[in-house]
Ligand binder design. Structure first.
Ligand code: AMP
Length: 563
């Protein structure tokens, strides 16, 4: 079985195309959104999702979140005395989604299509594939999030030719893409974005303002109180979807600090963030060589587009109403699932040929004559940013020195005019017959496929000598043994049994609420927890389930009282 996965910065989701329609897959707690959070508890057990999020509240140092931002880098996370790379943490989230899907579907899930921001570079895409493989999933395709969202909105499904802009503001990233659908072909025309702008920044802005107005220096707060402030800010931010005034209250050193914000005040606080949304939009429109009026439809994706101030910003900028047919949280996973069906050639879906764009320019380093002397270290773009892929481009270069015996071709990715400022993806060296400079012509062929794999072929035209490489990043390249070892390390990590997850979640909630409350309320929580632990010790499943439901209900009322 194959499923579609939206591996998000804040939350991850899975969906499947079954019986002619898309179905969202609930996780072990019966919810569609699984927070992309991983913790390792004191017993060395891995917690994923909502349980990890609760655990993170009490043990921030043994928990990790927002690791999607570090995919494909060498950043190491220290959790419970073990070290993890971002792709390993992602693989734990994927493994949890895989298990949930298997439970829901009643069959094994071996394959997945995983979405990534259109702006992800080669390393990040490869790291995502690797995360899937570490989770025991064959990643048959990586799909760009906006492409998936557009598919979920029915674009490319018999609705006629259309040009749309996908505005995706998630927890940690912002992506803008312009897609065009015509003659049964979906084309991604331009992508732009900000990898460091998302809903969390809108939470942060409110938290910072709250502390500033209360004359509290953030440095003076402990990790826990800071986490309380952020939690209150997050809740307040989300309340703006329903009300135009929200109150933030936090207990700081035993004293309750509170402040009420109107939507207008909040909009003012977020002005710099809203301004930052403008740039990638303008750039994508410029890159696609169109005008704002040429866009037929605006598609909002990502949890943070629920924010009224973001919606107002979009309406003002584009001067039009927004049609919201698909839940902004679900669209990407649904699109990925539809793509699975396309892959399997399911009859229900009209086949659409998808084309994506290459998000960065790919090129090589050359020496150029600047009018006075030959200057080395220049960048020569070969495949320009936003070129529709798959694509193959040829470029001829010449020897730069007299009697040069080899040509060293650097394969670069980036936008800088100076070669060394761009990312070195790989290199190829070919022998050339010695002679005067400029005599030998060398042909470079860059081919970029839809899975973001880059093939480079170098041919010395006079001798016919050829070299070829499929680009792999040296820094991130791992040997088969190393991959095996990493896989084992993850495989042997104990994971919480599915059935115990709900119990663990309520126990952690109880602990947190105990810490957040005081006096008589505390005593009541303590008694409820002890009662529940007594039932747990009896190990009777049915009794545990009943007691757990009662405890959850009781904790809900406490949570309501506190907030
Ligand atoms: P995503 O990465 O798409 O799951 O988006 C997560 C972001 O959406 C987080 O920053 C959430 O705080 C934000 N979010 C979710 N629901 C709402 C809401 N009702 N109002 C404002 N922001 C929201």
């Amino acid at each position: 079985m194959i499923i579609g996965i939206d591996l998000g910065t804040t939350n991850s989701l899975a969906a499947v195309f079954k019986d002619g329609e898309v179905k969202m897959i609930p996780n072990r707690l019966g919810e569609y959104l699984t927070p992309s959070v991983v913790s390792i508890d004191q017993s060395g057990t891995v917690l994923v999702g909502k349980t990890a999020k609760e655990y993170a509240y009490l043990h921030p140092l043994d928990s990790a979140s927002v690791f999607k931002r570090s995919m494909g880098t060498n950043r190491v996370y220290d959790l419970g005395g073990r070290q993890f790379k971002a792709e390993e943490l992602s693989s734990l989230v994927l493994r949890s989604l895989k298990e949930d899907a298997e439970h829901y579907l009643g069959c094994e899930v071996e394959e997945a299509i995983i979405s990534v921001p259109a702006y992800f570079n080669d390393f990040q895409r490869k790291a995502t594939k690797e995360a899937g493989e570490l989770a025991g999933l064959k990643v048959s395709r990586i799909i760009n999030e906006p492409t998936a969202a557009a598919i979920a909105h029915g674009i490319g499904n018999g609705t006629g030719d259309e040009r749309c802009l996908v505005f995706d503001l998630g927890g940690g990233t912002f992506d803008v893409s312009i897609l065009e659908f015509f003659d049964n072909v979906m084309e991604v025309h331009a992508v732009a974005g900000d990898n460091f702008l998302g809903g969390e920044d809108f939470t942060q802005a409110l938290a910072v303002d709250f502390l500033e107005k209360a004359a509290i220096a953030p440095e003076s707060l402990g990790l826990r109180t800071m986490s309380d402030v952020l939690k209150a800010a997050e809740a307040a931010k989300c309340s703006f979807s329903e009300q135009s005034e929200v109150t933030l209250s936090v207990n700081v050193d035993g004293e309750s600090v509170s402040r009420t914000y109107t939507l207008a005040e909040y909009e003012e606080i977020c002005k710099p963030l809203l301004e930052r949304l403008r740039k990638p939009i303008e750039r994508s429109i410029r890159d696609a060589n169109i005008k704002i009026e040429d866009i037929d439809r605006i598609i909002l994706v990502g949890g943070a587009t629920r924010l009224p101030i973001v919606k107002t910003f979009v309406v003002k900028l584009f001067k039009r109403f927004l049609g919201a047919l698909v839940d902004p949280d679900m669209a990407v996973a649904q699109g990925a699932a539809i793509q699975c069906a396309m892959k399997e050639r399911d009859e229900e879906i009209k086949e659409v040929v998808l084309t994506d764009v290459c998000p960065f320019t790919l090129g090589t380093e050359v020496t150029v004559y600047n009018g006075l002397f030959d200057e080395a270290g220049h960048y020569l773009p070969i495949i320009e940013r936003n070129t529709i892929i798959p694509v193959s481009r040829r470029q001829t270069v010449y020897t730069a020195h007299d009697n040069q015996s080899r040509v060293d071709v650097k394969i670069l990715q980036g936008e800088s005019r100076i070669a060394e400022n761009n990312v070195l993806l790989g290199r190829l060296s070919v022998p050339v017959p010695p002679g005067p400079k400029g005599k030998e012509a060398i042909e470079l062929v860059y081919t970029y496929d839809i899975n973001s794999l880059l093939e480079v072929e170098v041919t010395v035209l006079s001798s016919g000598v050829k070299r070829r490489i499929i680009v792999q990043n040296e820094e991130n390249k791992i040997s088969e043994e190393e991959a095996e070892e990493r896989f084992k390390k993850l495989e042997y990590l104990k994971q919480n049994p599915r059935d115990e997850e709900a119990t663990k979640l309520q126990l952690l909630r109880g602990e947190r609420l105990y810490e957040e409350s005081s006096g008589e309320l505390r005593e009541r929580i303590d008694r409820a927890m002890m009662d529940f632990e007594r039932v747990l010790s009896k190990q009777d499943r049915r009794e545990i389930e009943k007691a757990r439901e009662e405890l959850a209900h009781f904790l809900d009322t406490i949570e309501y009282d506190i907030n």
